[in-house]
Design a protein around this ligand. Sequence first.
Ligand SMILES: Cc1ncc(COP(=O)(O)O)c(C=O)c1O
Length: 356
Amino acid sequence: MSRRLFTVGPVSVEPEVLQSMTKPMITHRSKEYKQLHGNIVEKIRKALGTDMNVFLMGGSATVLIEGAVRNGISRKCLSLTNGSFGDRFIDCATYNGKEAVPVKVPWGQAIRPSHIEGKVTDDIESVNWVSNESSTGVLSDSAAIADEVRNQNPDALMMVDAVTSAFAADIKVDKIGADAILFGTQKALSLPPGLAIGLISDRIIERSAGIPNTGYYTNFRKLKDNADVNYALTTPPVSLLYGLDYQLDRVLSEGMPARYRRHDRMASMTEKWADDNLNGLFPEAGSRSKTIGVINRGTLDFDTFHKALKEKGYEISNGYGEVKSSTFRIGHMGDVTPGTLAELLDTMKGILEEMK
Ligand SMILES: Cc1ncc(COP(=O)(O)O)c(C=O)c1O
């Protein structure tokens, strides 16, 4: 039975978007491909209000997170974490042989400029963090963090995992002024997984020239040479690019301010539901995610609850990391609407009543 996904990703893909990916194949060194690639880049720049380089490559978002680490850091970085995906950023750095000095912020709290006071010393080549921590449902103010990094060490690069905020929360890309803002297709773009997208500065590309072992697949200079002529470096998932091109038209016709307002509204609906029906949301008030509601379970038997929900045609997500057994998560991003979310929340309320 097919279920409507209110998961943290991959999320449901609308039938018309799936349909847009069934066009005949083209080769990735053709005129048609260049046109498709170039259109997508322009639409992403327009939607996010930036003129940064746009990298499109096969793989999940992590391939570009590793790419940023390999191209921007020769030895040492500062890695800010307030959850599992911040911890994973640290792993990406250390598994690639870099020293990642951790700044650990309690789970459920936002990363704030005060957390890095005095820490961005001259030997720190890059500061890395997650914009929207998917394990805890916390959205940090990346522009404020970036200002603090610049105040302390203007030469430090900045790498931001925007996997569950890009295209849903107004993260103010140009105000952040980061060197790498990284995400993929399977979250707030409501597309299948398989394509990593990066907004990349010229500064990190220049920096990579002096760094050994940047890899081939993740070599930012090679990626830039190809991106400049609207090519991917290696064979891209062309069908997914058809879908992205189609989806970006839908995004732009909704308009970004309206899209951000829709996500705000869905976050408020989930918050109210959690307060009215269970033990509220896990993260601190004031920094809550626009895309993921992390709900305190209390004594709820989540497995029984979720089984009943799946039987009614919906799927949500378990808790994650340290709060796996005390929370569960609802993803409300991409093509989810307040109307479809209201149906889910009503169904969830009904199941809670049946379980009493
Ligand atoms: C915040 C965050 N960062 C990184 C990732 C990893 O992304 P991917 O699986 O596309 O590599 C995820 C996946 O859920 C995520 O939520």
